[in-house]
Design a protein around this ligand. Structure first.
Ligand SMILES: NC(=O)c1ccc[n+]([C@@H]2O[C@H](COP(=O)([O-])OP(=O)(O)OC[C@H]3O[C@@H](n4cnc5c(N)ncnc54)[C@H](OP(=O)(O)O)[C@@H]3O)[C@@H](O)[C@H]2O)c1
Length: 299
């Protein structure tokens, strides 16, 4: 059983099937996410070309405001036309997000995927991180985080010492433990830790063995083989592999929230059931006896 407060809903695929404006189905899903009893919804400026935020904004309006206790967290992204990702762009990115969501401030705002950006330069006047620090001081955002995959990048930004939160993805899961040390460090500092993609994008939730990707790339045969062995143990124990994966990702003592991608109402309903399942200790022992998974993400 996982505490519902430890789950954040990922809106990365919200509106993915739509063109232009979010469909009624996407807005309905956004309403369901905001009223699900899970306390955080994670989105970003760039997700589904802004439809994720627009669907959440329409849902917030239809609900007459955010339900009490629910946080919508968003992220800055580079200018889609020019690739510019400096302080000015961060402020514009936030303005776009606030307008789409129809809110005046955000409780937490992440620097999203600062690929190729030098952390120290970003902290200097006019840089992306400098702007985030200023936005927090101005109160437009309550706290700031850095959200990215490569651990060297996440670590370099986190080590600037200005962030209140980190979001790592695909690197502390049933099949990958690479983020363990950084999660421990951030937790020891009192930072809020988001562990996103507990299913590795789907592979670790798929009882039918259709998925062949991990962390959005083709999975190596050794990993598919290892996951197949875990799946066989889960089947014998009568436990969905998704429940095991979710418990593993949430089970790190330093993790505050696991961010689960929700692309449909069915998945949201399924998640509500997965969190309530007990994992038999014997299954955990059997999986541990398989040894470490073949390491996937080296950074
Ligand atoms: N840099 C960043 O900041 C960053 C990066 C990555 C992720 N994130 C955040 O984390 C969230 C989660 O990431 P994610 O969605 O990539 O990873 P995830 O949570 O590991 O995977 C979610 C996907 O797993 C699939 N799935 C769930 N149950 C399944 C089942 N029983 N059988 C087969 N497939 C199943 C679903 O696909 P279908 O519903 O399509 O079948 C679902 O979209 C994102 O939405 C985003 O908010 C942030």
């Amino acid at each position: 059983v996982i505490d519902r407060n430890a789950i954040a809903l990922g809106a990365g695929a919200l509106g993915r099937a739509d063109n232009g404006e979010p469909s009624t189905a996407s807005v309905d899903l956004a309403v369901a996410m905001l009223t699900s009893g899970f306390p955080v919804v994670d989105t970003s400026n760039v997700y589904t070309n802004g439809r994720s935020e627009r669907a959440l904004g329409a849902a917030i309006r239809s609900l007459g405001g955010l339900p009490p206790g629910v946080e919508v967290v968003s992220k800055s992204d580079p200018d889609p036309a020019t690739g510019r990702y400096d302080g000015e762009r961060v402020r514009r990115s936030l303005d776009e997000s606030l307008t789409r969501l129809g809110v005046e401030r955000l409780p937490l705002y992440h620097l999203h995927d600062p690929h190729g950006m030098d952390a120290r330069t970003a902290l200097a006047p006019g840089g992306a991180v400098d702007a985030l620090v200023a936005l927090r001081a101005e109160g437009v955002v309550g706290s700031i985080g850095v959200a990215t995959g490569p651990l060297s990048e996440l670590g370099a930004f986190y080590d600037l010492g200005v962030f209140d939160a980190i979001l790592t993805h695909n690197r502390y899961t049933l099949a990958d433990r690479a983020a363990d040390a950084l999660i421990r460090q951030a937790d020891a500092d009192g930072a809020r830790v988001f562990n996103a993609a507990p299913f590795g994008g789907g592979l670790l939730a798929d009882s039918d063995r259709i998925r062949r990707t991990y962390a959005y790339r083709p999975a190596e045969p050794a990993l598919l083989h290892w996951v197949g062995r875990v799946l066989a143990l889960c089947r014998r124990a009568g436990v969905p592999i998704a429940a095991l994966a979710l418990n593993f990702a949430a089970g790190h003592p330093g993790v505050d929230h696991v961010v689960v991608g929700i692309a449909s109402r069915a998945r949201l309903d399924e998640l509500g059931q997965l969190v309530d399942l007990d994992i038999p200790p014997s299954l955990l022992d059997e999986v541990a006896a398989l040894g470490d998974p073949p390491s996937r993400e080296t950074d």
